[in-house]
Structures are given as C-alpha cells and as structure tokens.
Design a protein. Sequence first.
Lengths: 252, 255
Amino acid sequence: MKRFRVLDIVLGILGLLTLLWIWHLVTMLELIPRVFLPSPAATIAALEWGLVNGDLLPQTLATINRMIQGWLLASLVAIAVGSLIGVSAIARAYIQPTLEFLRPLPASAIIPVAISIFGLNSSMVLGVVVFGAVWPTLLGTIHGFAHVEPRLVEVSRLLQMSRWEFIYKIGLPNAVPDILAGMRLSLTVALILAVVGELLTAQEGLGTAVLHAARSYRAADLYAGILLLGLIGLVSNYGLAIADKRILAWKN
Amino acid sequence: MAQNAAIELKDVSLSFGSNEILTGIDMSVEPGEFVCVIGASGSGKTTLLRMIAGLLPPTTGAVLLHGKAVRSPTRRVAVVFQDYGRALLPWRRAYANVSLPLEASGMPANQRPARIRQLLAKVGLANHEDKFPGQLSGGMQQRLQIARSLAQEPDTLLMDEPFGALDAMTRQTLQDEVLRLVAERKTTVFFVTHDIEEALYLGDRVVALDSNPGRVAYDIKVPLPRPRDQLTTREHPEFLRLRREMFEIMNKIHA
C-alpha cells in the first residue's frame, strides 16, 4: 500500500508537469495568440505580482470564505435534515421522490429565484451555494441511515436506546462514510457556485477578478485567477481526503 | 409460593401468514439454569430465542420472564448473536463497544472506565481495548460481544449459536469461559446450538426441537458434575450415554 502511494504522488506531479510543459510548448510555438493564452511564466509572474502587490489575495480569500461558509452551512443542514428523514422508513418513502425532483435541478436554474428573494448581494450567493451543495450530503446521509445493519437495529432495541440515542450512536456513525463522500462532492459544487454567484453580483472575489481581467484583455491575470481556482479545488479535495482517512480509520 | 421461572413459554406458537414456524411450545427455565436448545436449521430455535428477547411477539401463547409477560426487550436480558461481525459497532473501539450498554442504562461517565476494564479483563481482552472490531480475530470479536452482553449485568443470557462460526480450539476455550462467567453470577442461560456435544457439555438440560413446524421433541436433564472439563466430562460414561441417546433422538426426528 505504502509503496504505491509514493509512486502515485510522483506520477501525479509528473502529470501536472506534463500539462505545464504542453502549455509552455503551445505558447512558445504561438499556436494560440499570446493575447488569449499567455505563457506559464507570464501567468506565474502575474500571479506573484497580484498576490504581493495587487488585490488577488483578498479576492482569493473572499471566494474561499464564500465557498467554505456555504459548504459548511449546506453540510450542517444536510446532516440534520438527512438524519431526521433517514431514521424513519416512512419519512424516507414520503420525501424521496420530492428530493429526486429537486436534486437534478441545475443550481444555476434557481439563481433567478434566489435573486428575486435576496436581491443581487452576498446573501443570494450564499443561498445559491447552499442550495447546490446540500444535495450530495443530504442524499448520502439518508442513504447511510437507510443501510444500517439490521443486527445493530436489534442491538439498539435490546438496549432500549431512545430514537435520539439511535441517531447519534448508530445511525450517524454508520452514515459517516456516505456523508464524507457527499461532502467531498459538494465542496466542488460550492466552489463553482461561489464563482458563478460572484460573476452575477459583482461581489469581491476571484470570479469577478477573472471576469474583469478577461474584459480588459489581461490574459496573464485571467489565467492567474484560473490557476488559483484550480489550486483551491486541489488543496481542499486533498485536505478532505486526508480527513476522510483519519475519520474512517476503523474501515481499514 | 414457588419462585417464578426465569423463562416460561406457555403454548407459544408463531406463524407468518399460513407458514407455521413454531407450535405449542411449553417450556420453563429455572433461575440459574443452563438450558441448551438443539435442532436442525429451520426448526425455529433462533425464532424462539428472538421471542424470549422480546424482538418478536408470539402469534398465540405467552412468553413470561420471572412471571411477567414480555412485550418488548428489557436490559435484564442480554443476547449474544452468532454473527459477531455484524452485532458489534465497527466504528467503536473494543472499549467503546463495551461502553454502549453502560451508556444506555445511564451509568455515570466516571463509573464506566473501571467497569469496562474489568469486563475486558474478564474475557481476556485487557490488552486490546484500543482495537477496532475489524482488527480482532473472530474469537476475540465474540469475546468482545460477550463482554458487552455482561455489561448489561443481565439475569438472563440468550446465546444464538455463539460459537458456530469459530474454529474448534477457540470454541472449546470460549465454552469454558462462558461456563465460568455465568457460574460467577448464577445467570440463567438459554443457549441455541446445532451441536449435540456442545449442548451436553454446557447444559443442565437439553431441549431438542422437531422441525416443520418447530415443536419440543425431547427435554432431557444432563446430570454431569460441575465444573465441567473438556477432557474428563467428554469421557464421562454418562456423557457418552447421553450423546448416543441424543444422536438417536435426532436421527429419529430427521428420519
């Protein structure tokens, strides 16, 4: 297992370097005009300048902040509501079709609704992020509760555990793997929607920064922003993968 | 007034629709008695255990514990299942698995650690309290389930083929451990097995079930001296005589 992990990391880095090298070649040979695709070196220089001298740092933090806030709120709502639905077979049967109707709705489709409710402001962005990010975790929680080992249900009955005790001692721990899988998916959704929301409402953030850069033909700044967005996704996903491993130590 | 039986079954029967599982079961188990129930698979012996546990109501008849009708499970009765891998909480370490009944019964948190360690030591898991069930061998997992059942301080212990999935050596060791543990507290035991020798070795009494539908075929006393010993008990002339008798009974039942 360990041996493969080191190899995996090396291969992963090689893959990223390959992408960088292809990018470098494409710009060096000017296959795409520099105005549209700057060189990696120019992009990294723009990134450095933006972070140190420009306002790329506060913009990045604003986006991360929005993403994390929406994601945490969505996860909290999803776990609480999912537990309440999941613990009862009747509630599951009652609400599952409704969830299946709401879940595939593209979160962008509810943006007009959100705008009419909240207006063009940061609450609207947060609302959209929460709406989009709530589904994977909600469905994961319900699924986890629906698949509790029947033997453990009997154990809880034999010990005369209350429904509340059953939820947090058996149902929730049993759902944790599904909840974590849902939260990983929803983090990506949260990032996407945070950026889309910024674009629409012109809130401070990477989405807006990228849009402004594109409109004023500052290609290097545009790609610096995209690079940062990619990095946020990469780092947050790895962070969650590590947390996953720790929390699910009992599975290995 | 005579003391109430620990477990009493009065003309108990159970059917699912037109499918009759158990019929006309009359049986009583005295406090402190170790009763083994044997029968082929499909004889309803596990179903009988589940009814005594309060997990399943009988279709007709009554199940009484110390004279009171069973309507739902009570913590005075503990169950040890055969499938220890499913009955334990895989996300809780050995220590926390034993803690579960103590939490359920509302024992104050500061009194739990001593009790948990004592129970783990009793079943020989003192050095494994930080392991998850998945890190323990089958025999150790079953020991852990036994420790958890004892944490309830039950006056009645229901065991459903608890050693059926274990190898012969482990099985013998655990048989002796269970005998020692229940003798300490004079616990009443209702022990389901399909192994005639195991039933004779452990029980004060052996009840054999006939199948389709399940009903009591034979009920014999086992007058073997205690403490039992894997060698001398199993070589005891009475053990050998009873073993032959039981084999013949079981053959007749399944002929």
